[in-house]
Design a protein around this ligand. Sequence first.
Ligand code: VGL
Ligand code: ZN
Length: 227
Amino acid sequence: LQPGGAATGGGAAPAPAGAVTPEAAAQHPDAALVVVDVQNDFCPGGALAVPQGDQVVPVLNRWIGAFHAAGRPVVFTQDWHPSGHVSFREQGGPWPVHCVQGSPGAAFHPDLQVRGTVFRKGFAPDREAYSGFDGALAAGEAGVRPEVTLAGWLRQQGVRHLYVGGLATDYCVRATVLDGLREGFRVTVLVPAVRAVDVTPGDGERALAEMEAHGALLAAGDAGEAR
Ligand code: VGL
Ligand code: ZN
């Protein structure tokens, strides 16, 4: 029985719709966890700091642990730009220099339990890539295997349902979720495990509404309050 499902009986208060625990989600044999861009440059002190970006780490660590315990795939996306990337202001792009390949800013947050499969994106100098589905399997210290795409890899694992958290709600999480839906996956956004850049206040909330309008499920990432 799903949390919030029927047949609770006895007048017990039903769990709020949208509540989902990592342990319950990991029991689904078609589930995978996708952790988007939890990298130093997107955390406080980083080059493109997302407010409270580091607060997703403990939440996601619990999800990572549950998915590992259940033998389900865990994917980490990594923003991975060459110096002089088209998205950088010095090139006329919108962003400060960030997540340069091999730099400390491109490394995952030191407290994040990075056990799983890494997909890198944004490595083509002249092309922006917010979505993990534009990424390729990481290979070696700095490279990728461009022939291994995220969608193909997930399908090969029998995955049909993605649980997504990370940074930033209004850019790479949004793009990854919308692409995942387009690719035919069911997608649940772990709301307590995402944070927004909010260049314009409200961007994060608007992105969540847009994802929901496209068919994503918005869930509390913990046993707590649903939204
Ligand atoms: C991102 C801006 C630039 C993200 C990446 O991970 O959301 N945002 N590059
Ligand atoms: Zn970037």
